[in-house]
Design a protein around this ligand. Structure first.
Ligand SMILES: [Zn+2]
Length: 114
């Protein structure tokens, strides 16, 4: 596994939906399992690891990850020993991609959009 593959696998992990317990009563906002009973301390439901919901990452998190992926994709062709960013991908492109998750902010300038 090289550095680019390593980063992209980490980004896949960070972008994946998060499994959350779905066996609590709907009103149970602060679930905590009593290990002695295998049940929720608050709602009393028995722990059931087969019942999970998958929650999508926030749009901001996904935008940050997309920005990182695009930076890696732009830099990777340069190779590990090249001092310069490859092809038409410039250092300024890195800054534009870092700003991309902030599209919609009142101070974001559309001229910066890659
Ligand atoms: Zn509960």
């Amino acid at each position: 596994m090289d550095l680019v593959e390593f980063l992209n696998v980490r980004y896949d992990e960070e972008a994946a939906p998060v499994a959350t317990p779905a066996w609590h009563e709907p009103w149970c906002q602060d679930p905590w399992v009593d290990p002695a009973r295998g049940a929720c301390f608050y709602c009393g439901e028995q722990e059931d690891p087969t019942k999970v919901d998958y929650v999508q990452q926030s749009p901001k998190t996904l935008a940050d990850i997309d920005s990182k992926r695009r930076i890696v994709g732009g830099i990777a062709p340069a190779g590990p020993h090249d001092a310069h960013i490859a092809g038409t991908f410039t250092a300024w492109d890195v800054l534009k991609l870092l700003a991309l998750p902030y599209v919609g902010h009142p101070d974001y300038d559309e001229a910066w959009r890659p």
